[in-house]
Design a protein around this ligand. Structure first.
Ligand code: TYD
Length: 238
């Protein structure tokens, strides 16, 4: 499939990394960074950024242990297809900054590499599901799996229960992707304190987006449409 060449006024930034990398804390800081500059920000996540996605999330995370890898990959892809069609793409078209907690790279790393389904096959599946919508920028919060596991609270879900070797394969694939797509994926050392990690992220934001101004135009009609969209997305804003 050809890359999606529709020009949309919004900015799509995703956050990737192993379990316990601290993505949610950083996303909140990045949200504030954009809001301080006048942007409207939508924070969302996968799996589970929509009502349908929440049901898929439940199935994939708490389903029976015999959910096979292909079923798992299709559940994530279904979640993503619906999420892009109903939340991400409309928000980008309306000029929002969309901050995504996980996206295509998660499927490539977890299902493609760690589950051994094939990186290219999973990439093709996600490309099809999203009609080739890719983020402008991706932060990869990198840390050794054992550090992530120590930070985790609560009962581990189906993927968190996987072996250290599984999580090492996830990390290795993420780093390979970052190497392959260095223009899009920025590796951030996530071992430090949240403030240290954010300071690295802020440096990248300042470099990449410093000269951007809030997307135009903001006519009364657009404001009205934005308000409607915002409320229609209300159920999924985190
Ligand atoms: P979640 O509870 O959202 O935690 P976090 O993102 O903070 O780690 O867990 C999502 C889990 O789903 C995580 O273990 C990674 C996994 N996952 C995949 O395996 N493939 C995917 O495509 C996505 C989006 C997530």
């Amino acid at each position: 499939m050809q890359p999606d060449d529709t020009v949309m006024p919004g900015i799509f930034v995703t956050f990737e990394g192993g379990d316990g990398a601290g993505k949610s804390t950083q996303i909140q800081q990045v949200k504030t960074w954009f809001e301080d500059r006048g942007f409207t920000v939508l924070v969302t996540r996968e799996p589970g950024g929509t009502d349908l996605g929440l049901q898929l999330r439940h199935l994939v995370q708490n389903g029976p242990d015999d959910v096979d890898p292909r079923t798992e990959a299709l559940l994530y892809a279904a979640d993503r297809a619906y999420h892009v069609a109903t939340v991400i793409r409309p928000a980008l078209e309306a000029g929002y900054v969309v901050l995504g907690d996980r996206y295509v790279d998660s499927s490539v790393a977890y299902q493609g590499a760690a589950r051994n389904l094939g990186v290219e096959e999973i990439r093709t599946l996600s490309t099809w599901a999203t009609r080739a919508l890719m983020p402008t920028l991706t932060f990869l919060l990198d840390l050794p799996p054992e550090v992530g596991a120590r930070r985790r609270n609560g009962v581990p879900d189906r993927l968190e229960r996987e072996s250290t070797d599984f999580h090492e394969r996830v990390r290795h694939e993420y780093l390979r992707l970052a190497d392959e797509q260095a223009d899009r994926i920025v590796v951030i050392d996530a071992v430090g304190t949240p403030a240290e990690v954010y300071s690295e992220i802020r440096g990248v934001l300042e470099e990449r987006f410093a000269n951007l101004s809030r997307p135009e135009p903001v006519t009364a009609k657009v404001c009205e449409e934005e308000a409607t969209l915002f409320s229609s997305l209300g159920g999924v804003i985190l």
